[in-house]
Design a protein around this ligand. Structure first.
Ligand SMILES: Nc1ncnc2c1ncn2[C@@H]1O[C@H](COP(=O)(O)OP(=O)(O)O)[C@@H](O)[C@H]1O
Ligand SMILES: [Mg+2]
Length: 321
């Protein structure tokens, strides 16, 4: 594995004392850096690392398989596609349910360098430059895919998955030579001969069982497939600006993306983006996730209050969309 040193003893202790209902209230001082649909990203005070906790596995064999795919995906992105990643590693520690919990570890990047947080100090011009740089990185993936017979890579282009390299929090500014780092490698999506390598069912585990059928249908078809489609990934990236409360930038972003795509003429041949589809997509996406998060909170309530069973996942508070 790519070498980041991890203090296993501290991590074991952290997992043992973690209360998923109150992740920041334990004896190990931590801060939640981000909530994902299945994972939670922590920083332990005084350390330069970001820990992404993956409590979804039911056996060591499942972790082995996931780790192999995770490492391969990181390697493909970094070495074959040419996208920069933070230094990374991983560690597993005993979980309370008798199965190990996997922690993906990355060099911790400054909060203000993460795309969606950078939007708060960037002006409109800067935001457009940031998105243009993201499009440039994403195009590398589809250029790579175009040259492959068997392998196809997927990627989640959302603005919150990118960080500005060499960022100085004390003097935030966009350098002329804007370089990006991709952080969200925990959903390693690639297909070999059309076969998804990751067991995408893993990602349904944290969903309430009463929604599993709905999600299997929505998620495995639509949500996973979307990451292999450059047009859809761009629509998702732009629609994010509603969630980031910067909807006023959307017309310019659509223009920017279409200018970008027209410069790639003949090579990638991606249909232009329309404002209408960005809006329609956002409405549908926001609806699905609101429903999903609501159902998870209900599921947690059922577990803890009604059945008096532990609920292992950490849920975000209400997210504004
Ligand atoms: N290496 C890192 N350094 C600092 N913050 C991070 C790092 N990795 C993730 N984060 C924060 O956590 C959020 C979620 O992480 P991400 O890897 O995108 O997982 P997911 O979206 O699957 O939950 C990011 O948007 C970012 O704010
Ligand atoms: Mg992410």
């Amino acid at each position: 594995m790519a070498g980041l040193m991890v203090d296993l003893q501290l991590l074991r202790h952290f997992e043992a004392q973690l209360d998923p209902l109150h992740p920041e209230a334990g004896t190990v001082p931590v801060q939640v850096l981000g909530y994902g649909e299945i994972s939670t990203v922590f920083a332990i005070d005084g350390q330069e690392l970001a820990y992404k906790r993956m409590p979804i596995f039911q056996s060591s064999a499942e972790i082995d398989a996931y780790e192999a795919i995770y490492d391969r995906y990181n390697q493909l992105l970094q070495e074959d596609v040419g996208i920069a990643l933070p230094r990374y590693g991983r560690a597993r520690v005993p979980g309370r349910q008798g199965v190990d919990v996997l922690y993906l570890v990355q060099q911790r990047l400054p909060a203000g360098s993460i795309g969606n947080q950078a939007l708060h100090w960037l002006d409109a011009q800067g935001a457009l430059r940031l998105v243009e740089a993201v499009l440039g990185e994403l195009a590398k993936v589809w250029e790579f895919n175009r040259g492959q017979d068997q392998m196809q890579l997927g990627i989640d282009g959302q603005i919150s998955n990118w960080a500005l390299a060499d960022f100085d929090p004390s003097a935030p500014h966009l350098p002329d030579d804007l370089r990006l780092v991709y952080v969200d490698t925990s959903t390693p999506l690639f297909r070999i001969d059309g076969q998804e390598q990751l067991d995408a069912e893993l990602f349904l585990r944290s969903a309430p069982s009463f929604l599993a059928w709905l999600l299997r249908w929505l998620f495995l078809k639509d949500v996973v497939g979307r990451y292999y489609d450059f047009h859809a990934v761009i629509v998702d990236l732009i629609a994010n600006f509603y969630k980031e409360q910067q909807a006023e930038l959307i017309p310019d972003l659509v223009q920017l993306a279409n200018d970008f795509l027209s410069r790639q003429v003949g090579e990638l041949d991606i249909a232009p983006i329309t404002r209408k589809e960005v809006e329609a997509y956002y409405r549908q996406d926001a609806f699905i996730w609101r429903l999903y998060q609501g159902a998870r909170r209900l599921d947690r309530w059922l577990h803890t209050r009604l059945l008096h069973k532990p609920y292992p996942y950490i849920l975000p508070g209400p997210v504004q969309r």
